[in-house]
Design a protein around this ligand. Structure first.
Ligand code: GLA
Length: 369
C-alpha cells in the first residue's frame, strides 16, 4: 500500500514539474478570441535562429513575413522572380497549421524603381503600370493560392491628414490603383482574405479616410475583407479610446479588424535625432538610448501594465478582432532597435533576446484569463 502511494505521489509531482517547464501559450489562452501572430524574418526562415523558431511554434498560430514577400524581395528585376524564401516561409505555416498572412502586394516602399520605368528610363504609362501590377499580383498571390490565407493587398496608402498618399502608384495610375489592386488580388486568390493595412489608424482623419476607402470599394462590389491596424505604439500612446473608435468604425462596415504590427517602444522619442550617429556622441547616446545593458525592473512593470491594458481591450473586442500580430518574435529581432535611429536597444515585445518570457508576457496571459 505504502509503495502504491509513493508511486502515485511521484507521478503527480512529475506532472506538476512538466507543467512548470512548458510555458502556457498565447495561442491557447486566446484560442477562442483571435489568432495570435508574429512576423518571421529571413534568418528564422532559413533555420539560423532555432530558438526563435521553436518559440514561434510554441506560442503563435499565425505568421506574417517581415520582408520576404515584399515586391523587392519576390520580384527584384523585371525578369527575375525569387520565390525561394517566400516558399519556405509558406511551408513553415503549413507544417504548423498556422494562419498564414501575405505581406504585402502593393506598397510605395520596398518596391524597385524599375517598376515605374520603361527601358529608356522614362515613366511608364497607366496601362503599362496596371499590366505590371496585375502580373505581379497574379504571380505572387496566385502562387500561394490555398497557402496564404490573407493578403495585405495595399499597404499605407493614406496620409495622416486623411488624403491619399502621393505615390508613384497613384501618380501614374490614378486614385483607382487601390481598387484595381483589390480586383486583381480577388481574381488571383479568390479564397484568401483581402486587407488594407496602415499605421496611425487611431487618428481621427486617417480612421475616417480608411473607412471611406473601404466603403467605396464595397459600393463598387470590390471585395475587401478586413482592415489591419498597425500597432507600432508606445507606453502611453495611443489612448485606448481612440483604438476602440477605429475597431468600431471598421467593424461596423462588416470588416474583420486586425492589430497587425504590434510592438511597444520603451525608449524616448528620437525623431529629432533621426540620421544622427549615436555611436559618435556620448551624451546623445545616453539620452536617447538609456537601457543598452538591460531593462530596469520599473520599466518592465510599465511595459507589462501597458500590454495588459491593451490585451484587456483586445479581449473585450474579441468578436470584432480576428488577429493580433506582433512585429517580431523577440526583442533582439525587432526593427525598433534601428528605427527611427540606428543602433539603439529597445524592448518592445513579450520575449527577451534569449527568447525567454518577460513580465509583459505574464501580463498578457493574465489579461486573457
Ligand atoms: C511598416 C510595414 C512593415 C515593416 C514595418 C517596419 O509598418 O508595413 O512591412 O516594414 O513598417 O519594419
Amino acid at each position: 500500500m505504502r509503495l502504491w502511494f509513493a508511486a502515485l505521489f511521484a507521478a503527480v509531482s512529475l506532472c506538476f514539474a512538466a507543467e512548470e517547464n512548458s510555458l502556457t501559450s498565447l495561442k491557447d489562452v486566446f484560442k477562442d478570441d483571435f489568432h495570435i501572430g508574429a512576423t518571421v524574418n529571413r534568418s528564422q526562415i532559413y533555420g539560423r535562429s532555432p530558438k526563435a523558431v521553436s518559440l514561434l511554434r510554441e506560442q503563435f498560430n499565425s505568421i506574417t513575413p517581415e520582408n520576404v514577400m515584399k515586391w523587392s524581395s519576390i520580384h527584384p528585376e523585371p525578369d527575375e522572380y525569387n520565390f525561394e524564401p517566400a516558399d519556405k516561409y509558406a511551408s513553415i505555416g503549413a507544417e504548423n497549421s498556422m494562419f498564414v498572412v501575405g505581406h504585402t502586394l502593393i506598397w510605395h516602399n520596398q518596391t524597385p524603381d524599375w517598376v515605374f520605368k520603361n527601358a529608356d528610363g522614362s515613366e511608364v504609362s497607366r496601362e503599362e503600370l496596371l499590366k505590371r501590377m496585375k502580373e505581379h499580383i497574379f504571380k505572387a498571390a496566385g502562387r500561394y493560392k490555398g497557402k496564404v490565407h490573407g493578403w495585405d493587398v495595399v499597404n499605407e496608402a493614406i496620409e495622416d491628414n486623411g488624403s491619399l498618399r502621393n505615390t508613384k502608384w497613384r501618380e501614374i495610375i490614378g486614385d483607382d490603383y487601390i481598387a484595381k489592386a483589390f480586383e486583381y488580388a480577388h481574381q488571383a486568390a479568390p479564397e484568401a482574405e483581402l486587407y488594407y493595412n496602415d499605421y496611425n489608424m487611431y487618428r481621427g482623419k486617417k480612421r475616417k479616410a480608411a473607412a471611406e476607402l473601404a466603403k467605396k470599394l464595397q459600393s463598387k462590389g470590390i471585395r475587401i475583407d478586413g482592415i489591419g491596424i498597425q500597432g507600432h505604439w508606445g507606453l502611453s500612446h495611443p489612448p485606448s479610446a481612440e483604438i476602440q473608435k477605429s475597431i468600431d468604425a471598421f467593424s461596423n462596415l462588416g470588416l474583420k479588424v486586425m492589430i497587425t504590427e504590434l510592438d511597444l517602444t520603451v525608449l524616448p522619442s528620437a525623431w529629432e535625432h533621426r540620421g544622427a550617429d549615436i555611436s559618435q556622441n556620448y551624451e546623445l547616446r545616453n539620452e536617447i538610448n538609456p537601457f543598452p545593458n538591460g531593462l530596469p525592473a520599473n520599466m518592465h512593470r510599465k511595459l507589462a501594465k501597458r500590454y495588459k491594458q491593451l490585451f484587456v481591450l483586445f479581449s473585450r473586442n474579441s468578436g470584432k478582432l480576428s488577429r493580433i500580430t506582433f512585429w517580431g518574435v523577440h526583442d533582439g529581432c525587432s526593427w525598433r532597435n534601428n528605427w527611427p535611429v540606428r543602433g539603439r536597444t529597445d524592448y518592445p515585445l513579450l520575449f527577451n533576446r534569449n527568447c525567454k518570457p518577460k513580465p509583459a508576457f505574464e501580463a498578457v496571459l493574465e489579461a486573457g484569463k
